[in-house]
Design a binder for this molecule. Structure first.
Ligand code: ZN
Length: 206
């Protein structure tokens, strides 16, 4: 925990405003992490917005527990087995903000019927499951389509991208209309995290 707390302080100091939290069940994606206890510990030590990304088979079953553990946003996948509308409602009722996530191969229009009930849409820009992968350029087209739809409907919801975001790919997704960029390895490997974050915000290109 001490080490994790140090990393959180580093994020706070360097102007990062959200902490993105990947939760996997070893079924939906082939990787296992245990989310709840860590999330609770993190909630106790920071006021940062906690953005929980559930990459699990049945998010409806766990959504309330993650909300109670301190999640601000809860993203779940349209490709999961849970009923999308019901999961959105459950997250909302539990006090968190619902977000719908889609994998790179899932068409943008899956999210359209739910936009009015959502606080955020998450477009995966790599295949979910493992860190350090390269950005899939075609996913920017989906970001553009979803942003268009959000604007047409006059909604005030955020559009998040997750996977392979660095100073080069940031401008592609911000031009396409994304306003929440998830970055892990790029930020933590940077010598100057604040500068690296600034580059992402300004759409990259150093
Ligand atoms: Zn994620």
């Amino acid at each position: 925990m001490l080490n994790l707390e140090n990393e959180i302080r580093k994020l706070e100091k360097n102007g990062i405003d959200m902490l993105h939290f990947d939760v996997m069940d070893g079924v939906f994606v082939n990787n296992i992490t245990y989310g709840l206890p860590i999330l609770e510990s993190v909630r106790k030590v920071t006021g940062l917005t906690l953005d929980v990304h559930l990459m699990i088979t049945d998010p409806l079953k766990y959504a309330e527990r993650f909300a109670k553990a301190g999640a601000d946003y809860i993203s779940f996948h349209a490709e999961s087995v849970s009923d999308i509308g019901e999961t959105i409602d459950t997250i909302r009722k539990s006090g968190a903000k619902p977000a719908l996530a889609i994998k790179p191969a899932t068409p943008a229009d899956i999210v359209y019927p739910y936009l009015e009930k959502l606080d955020m849409v998450l477009v995966m820009t790599v295949e979910p499951g493992f860190g350090g992968q390269s950005f899939i350029p075609e996913t920017a087209d989906k970001v553009r389509l979803i942003r268009q739809r959000i604007d047409e409907l006059g909604l005030d919801i955020r559009l998040e991208v997750d996977g392979g975001i660095n100073s080069e790919t940031a401008s592609i997704v911000t031009d396409a209309g994304s306003d929440v960029l998830v970055s892990g390895s790029y930020l933590f490997r940077a010598d100057d995290m604040a500068e690296a974050a600034r580059l992402l915000r300004e759409g990259g290109s150093c």
